[in-house]
Each structure stands twice: as structure tokens, then as C-alpha cells.
Write a protein that binds this ligand. Structure first.
Ligand SMILES: Cc1cc2nc3c(=O)[nH]c(=O)nc-3n(C[C@H](O)[C@H](O)[C@H](O)COP(=O)(O)OP(=O)(O)OC[C@H]3O[C@@H](n4cnc5c(N)ncnc54)[C@H](O)[C@@H]3O)c2cc1C
Length: 261
């Protein structure tokens, strides 16, 4: 069992200023629970992520990833290992998409894309935590999930390789992704934003329809309608005694023979 002096000695071997020995997890989680973690390493870039992960492997330390701590129940006994607290905050616009650091607070990312005149991610406004945490847990609400929108991500794999992975590697499911089990550290993410989002949603809709063998929606569905065409049609004619007439297209219980005349 290592004590504060041991953790401090280990911390001294790492990039100064980014590692805190015996930091309480309660300060890093939304529920404000959790005892001390051996080393909390703040990851600001790919090189630091590599350095910290390799250090954990070399010293045979357990290694956990942490974003905003909004979906974590930390143990009161603490964590006798190394926490990679992802704080990659870079943001770069690329046409109608963005590349964003996984450590960006999700709400901050949404506000930034809106300021840039890009729209699309605001369905998730209010979900606490970071972009990386949202991707790993496939966070969502109001019928949408972040997994619908992620194009690719840069991840650090447990074997130390940094790779850019596409949708095939994410394995998104309800509030789940393959990134949880592969234990990769997500460093940055490319979610589409802006005009492309509408396009990508439409493309996904078409792909879903193709998979189910359904036809593409007709072009006229996207045209503005004159009046409300979904209204129930009026009866063709009333009966002589004042009863409303039959809807000729509607099947009736008992079949056509029971149709009122
Ligand atoms: C008040 C409240 C409301 C919420 N509302 C919603 C909601 O509407 N919809 C919803 O889906 N969730 C909701 N959540 C849950 C939570 O906000 C989300 O799951 C969020 O996306 C977690 O992000 P985080 O950065 O806090 O992740 P953390 O809690 O820090 O981590 C969660 C998991 O992801 C892993 N992880 C985090 N970052 C990385 C990374 N960069 N690389 C690899 N692994 C990583 C961690 O190891 C951990 O396993 C809510 C939580 C709270 C407290």
C-alpha cells in the first residue's frame, strides 16, 4: 500500500504541473464522492496521454479515464492508481464540421459551435460532462444520441498507439459504446455541425430505409404544403336522414356487406 510520500515520489517523475498526488476524487465528480486517487494526471495533449499511460504500465499501476465526472460513482476508499483526467480543449472548425478536444465541456462545445454559426448538437444542451464522456457513454436525450453524429475520433489505445477511428470502431448502443471495453482514451472527436448535420441526418434516414427495404421518401414531402393535407377528409355525401356518409376508402368491421347504405 503506497502512502503520500510514495505517490509524491512517483509524481516527481512526470511532467511537472500536470500531476497531483493523492487528489480527492470527490473534487472531480459531480456527486462529490470518492477518496484519494494515487495520481491524478491532467491530459492536455496526445504526448502527455502517451507519457502517463506508459508510466502507469511501467509501474504496474491501474489506470482509469475520467472526463467531467458526472457519470462516475467513485469509491470512498479512493483509487490506488493513476487517473487520466482528459482536458484536451482544442477546437478547430473544418468547413461544416469541427474537431474538438474530448475534454471540452459538452455544453461549452455546443455554445462554441453556435457562436460559429453551426447548428446541430444543441439537442444535447444541458447534459453535464465532457465531449469524450458523452461519446464513450453515447449520451443523449430527446430521441437523439451523440453516436448518431460522430464521424471519427483520435484515441490512445492501451498498447500505446494513437489512432484515428471511424464509426465502425465505436460500436454505439443505448448509453454504451465499444470504447468502454477497449479502454481507449478518447482525445479528440469530429462531430459534424452546421449545414452538414441536416444532410447527415437525411443520409442516415435514407440508409435506415434502405436497410429495411423501404423506398426513399418522395421529394414532395420536403416541399412546403399549401394548407394542411393531413386533415381528415369530409364525408362524400350525407344520408337523407342526416347521418354522415361513409368514407369509401375505409375498411369497416364486418367487411363491405355491413357498410351503411
Ligand atoms: C444532472 C445530470 C443529468 C444528466 N443527464 C443526462 C442525459 O440527459 N443524458 C445522458 O445521456 N446522460 C446524462 N447524464 C449522465 C452524464 O452527464 C453523461 O453520461 C456524460 O456524457 C458523462 O460525461 P463525463 O465527461 O462527465 O464522463 P465521466 O463521468 O467522467 O466518465 C464516464 C465514463 O466515461 C469514461 N470517459 C470519460 N471521458 C473519457 C475519455 N476522454 N476517454 C475515454 N473514456 C472516457 C470514464 O472512464 C467513465 O467510464 C446526466 C448526469 C447528471 C449528473
Amino acid at each position: 500500500m503506497r502512502d503520500l510520500a510514495d505517490w509524491t515520489r512517483l509524481a516527481a517523475q512526470l511532467t511537472p504541473g500536470s500531476v497531483v498526488p493523492c487528489a480527492p476524487l470527490s473534487a472531480l465528480t459531480t456527486l462529490r464522492i470518492g477518496g484519494p486517487a494515487g495520481l491524478v494526471c491532467r491530459v492536455h495533449n496526445v504526448d502527455q496521454a502517451r507519457e502517463f499511460q506508459a508510466f502507469a504500465a511501467r509501474h504496474d499501476l491501474a489506470c482509469e479515464r475520467l472526463g467531467g465526472g458526472s457519470n462516475v460513482l467513485a469509491d470512498d476508499a479512493g483509487f490506488p492508481g493513476l487517473i487520466l483526467k482528459v482536458e484536451t480543449h482544442d477546437f478547430e472548425r473544418r468547413g461544416d464540421t469541427v474537431r474538438a478536444g474530448a475534454g471540452l465541456p459538452f455544453d461549452h462545445l455546443i455554445a462554441t459551435t453556435l457562436r460559429e454559426g453551426l447548428v446541430g448538437l444543441e439537442f444535447a444542451s444541458g447534459i453535464p460532462g465532457t465531449l469524450g464522456g458523452a461519446v464513450v457513454g453515447n449520451a443523449g436525450c430527446y430521441g437523439h444520441e451523440i453516436g448518431e453524429f460522430v464521424l471519427e475520433a483520435t484515441v490512445l489505445r492501451p498498447d500505446g498507439r494513437v489512432v484515428v477511428v471511424g464509426p465502425d470502431a465505436f460500436g454505439f448502443a443505448y448509453r454504451d459504446s465499444a470504447l468502454k471495453s477497449t479502454r481507449a482514451v478518447v482525445l479528440d472527436v469530429r462531430p459534424p455541425a452546421g449545414r452538414s448535420l441536416a444532410g447527415s441526418r437525411r443520409r442516415q434516414g435514407h440508409a435506415r430505409r434502405r436497410r429495411r427495404g423501404l423506398p426513399r421518401p418522395c421529394e414532395h414531402h420536403r416541399q412546403p404544403r399549401r394548407g394542411d393535407q393531413r386533415r381528415r377528409p369530409a364525408p362524400r355525401r350525407a344520408h337523407a336522414d342526416g347521418r354522415p356518409g361513409a368514407f369509401p376508402d375505409r375498411p369497416r368491421a364486418g367487411g363491405p356487406a355491413s357498410r351503411p347504405r
